[in-house]
Design a protein around this ligand. Structure first.
Ligand code: HEC
Length: 66
């Protein structure tokens, strides 16, 4: 742990509660698209597999509310 410079991403961009996707698109369109199309469904699947129940995943599962 000392040798490998590993950090959890702990400075995640905060998104506005009202319309996170629209705001995200103005900041970083490609990443926003990737989040919507890949990250959210994938994370939802992973949680579903490990917990065995449907868990609602949205941007705020990871990002802070602005
Ligand atoms: C599974 C956790 C997770 C979810 C769910 C998630 N994100 Fe992210 N997002 C991240 C991480 C981690 C990063 C940082 C990636 C990096 O910096 O390498 C990130 C980065 C971003 C960025 C780039 C910010 C920048 O500094 O340029 C945007 C924009 C973004 N996310 C929007 C969204 C939106 C919109 C949603 C919902 C549709 C969403 N994210 C859902 C984990 C998540």
């Amino acid at each position: 742990m000392d040798i490998v410079d590993f950090k959890m991403p702990n400075s995640l961009y905060a998104l506005p509660e009202k319309d996170p996707v629209a705001e995200a698109q103005t900041v970083d369109e490609d990443t926003a698209k990737f989040m919507v199309e890949k990250v959210v469904p994938m994370f939802s699947n992973l949680l579903h597999q490990t917990t065995g129940k449907g868990t609602k995943v949205d941007c705020f599962t990871c990002h802070q509310k602005e």
